[in-house]
Design a binder for this molecule. Structure first.
Ligand code: 9PG
Length: 536
């Protein structure tokens, strides 16, 4: 049906199967819905698919396609990666010249929104991949339309339990994969009485991604590792990426039939990392489901009860599944299995996760790309135009644009830095990350105590103990106790390169998509980390 609706003072031509006018918004139903805009918009809110994908208000002209394409499956929604028109996952919004916004948001999984040109002008269009579904259309101040969306999402997906986020020391952003028993022992001792609630072991403990057993660097085994942490009076945390496997893993070799394939029977790529090709498990396969549940029970039996599950997007890639169902619904089913098996006494953090389909099933959700020890990388930001890559600015930009999710789930903005050693961030940049952590009320760091000066250690202690009052004043403005904080300068996106510079960018983009180049980069990165490890 087509109908003209008066919504908070604007006239909208709506096309949907069902249109119900509520007090401040309109609820729609249909596999495809369209809102014809009353006047031309000036900006569009792009909501990226998973934790690391870009979320930002952008101009309407097409943005360069992020490179390399080889990484699209793990950085954006592959299905729409090369789409020119402004578009986003589940929700999209346009801003008009008076600063008000019109939002169209899906109240289910497997939905997408785009700004299109119709006969009579611009339109917001939304569709569900798997058939029918419900929508919200809301108009008003930017942060209020997202408030309305979050409220309806809570009704559909449930809210997280609202557990206070534990304060986490995480091993990733210092030693990366080069962790081992003696160095973790030393760190756990050196952390002394710093008020951390969880010590979380990240990537690097396992035999291979897919083979979730202690590798040779952890000869005492995983129970001993968890015991060691618990003996310091803290909860033990562990990282796993249960929905992917590297090509060289035993899991992939022994269970090829568990992995997602396309309509022609070809294995679906879940991108490339650790110098290797990644494949995705089919979460609807009964044997996979059992394996996932057993894995979670194993982790709990080892003694870990803070679990960070990563690279979860793999469960929602397009492909032909054992049970035919929409891809994000399939992911959610897998997530349910994982959650149930780990038990409700586990604190569950999802990462690299499709945002809306994760709601209600986890305690915390990473809402931006990884931070790193540098602000912005020229190659990544300008030459590759890849805003999902690790980096402090990338992390802040997307996280700040996802804070409307706060009523639904504990947002994880990733770790903060206090160290000067092994860190290129300025004092101001480090402070900004710390402030964002206070706004999110999620505190984590990977700083090695031995890298911190006495003053930095005290700053870290003060940060961990802080419980400031945080108030949102405007879309990007907050007040922390009496201090004003404005993220607007940091949500901007880079201007694309032109001319010869852009040509150089194309070459870098091509090179960065060659598996051999990525392999070499991975090997070089590891070698320099090994050197760093030796010095400790
Ligand atoms: C361990 C890490 C850490 C980190 C996670 C995730 O788009 N990318 O190229 C990309 C690569 C790695 C990555 C995120 C994005 O890091 O977010 O906290 O656990 O895995 O390997």
């Amino acid at each position: 049906m087509d109908q003209i609706v008066d919504l908070e003072g604007i006239r909208l031509a709506i096309s949907a199967d069902e249109i119900r006018e509520r007090r401040d918004f309109v609820q729609l139903a249909g596999a495809r819905v369209t809102l014809s805009l009353p006047r031309p918009p000036i900006r569009f809110f792009r909501h990226g698919w998973q934790s690391w994908s870009l979320a930002a208000w952008t101009e309407l002209h097409p943005l360069p396609i992020p490179k390399p394409h080889l990484l699209h499956p793990m950085q954006t929604d592959l299905r729409y990666a090369r789409e020119k028109q402004p578009n986003g996952s589940w929700v999209g919004a346009v801003e008009f010249d008076d600063g008000n916004a019109l939002l169209l948001g899906a109240l289910g999984t497997d939905a997408h929104v785009a700004l299109t040109e119709g006969g009579a002008g611009a339109r917001l269009e939304g569709w569900f991949e798997g058939g029918n579904g419900e929508w919200l259309a809301a108009y008003g101040a930017k942060h209020t339309v997202f408030e309305a969306y979050a409220e309806l999402l809570a009704e559909r997906f449930g809210k997280a339990r609202g557990l206070p986020a534990p304060r986490v020391w995480c091993s990733w952003y210092s030693l990366y994969t080069e962790i081992d028993e003696p160095i973790l022992d030393k760190i756990f001792r050196d952390l002394g009485d710093l008020p951390f609630d969880v010590l979380q072991v990240d990537d690097g403990w396992q035999i291979a991604v897919g083979d979730w057993e202690a590798n040779a660097k952890f000869p005492a085994g995983m129970t001993a590792l968890a015991d060691k942490i618990r003996s310091t009076g803290r909860r033990a945390g562990l990282w796993l990426a249960p929905l992917i496997a590297v090509k060289s893993s035993r899991l992939f070799r022994e269970h090829r039939d568990w992995f997602l394939r396309d309509g022609r029977g070809k294995l679906v790529s879940a991108a490339f990392n650790w110098g290797e090709q990644l494949y995705a498990l089919d979460t609807t396969h009964p044997a996979v489901s059992d394996w996932l549940a057993n894995l979670m029970k194993q982790v709990r039996a080892w003694g870990f009860d803070y679990i960070k599950l990563d690279f979860l997007y793999a469960g929602a890639l397009e492909g032909r599944r054992h049970d035919d169902m929409p891809r994000e619904a399939a992911y959610r089913r897998g997530l349910q299995v994982l959650r149930e098996a780990m038990g409700t006494d586990t604190y569950f953090l999802t990462c690299g996760a499709p945002i809306i389909p994760s709601l209600g099933l986890c305690d915390a959700l990473r809402v931006g790309p990884d931070v790193s020890n540098e602000w912005e990388n020229h190659r990544d930001a300008r030459q590759l135009y890849n805003l999902a890559m690790p980096g402090a600015k990338n992390a802040i930009r997307t996280t700040v644009n996802r804070l409307w999710l706060r009523p639904l789930v504990q947002p994880d903005p990733d770790v903060v830095y206090f160290r000067t050693k092994e860190c290129k961030l300025t004092r101001k940049e480090k402070r900004l990350l710390q402030d964002l952590a206070l706004v999110c009320d999620f505190k984590a760091t990977s700083d090695l105590p031995q890298w911190l000066s006495a003053k930095e250690l005290e700053e870290l202690r003060t940060f961990l103990k802080a419980a400031p009052k945080v108030r949102q004043l405007d879309l990007y403005k907050y007040q922390i106790d009496q201090r004003d904080l404005d993220f607007s300068p940091f949500v901007t996106i880079p201007t694309p390169l032109k001319g010869a510079e852009s040509l150089a960018g194309h070459f870098v983009g091509w090179a960065a998509g060659q598996p051999i180049v990525l392999k070499i980069f991975d090997a070089r990165g590891r070698a320099s980390l090994k050197k760093l490890r030796k010095k400790l």
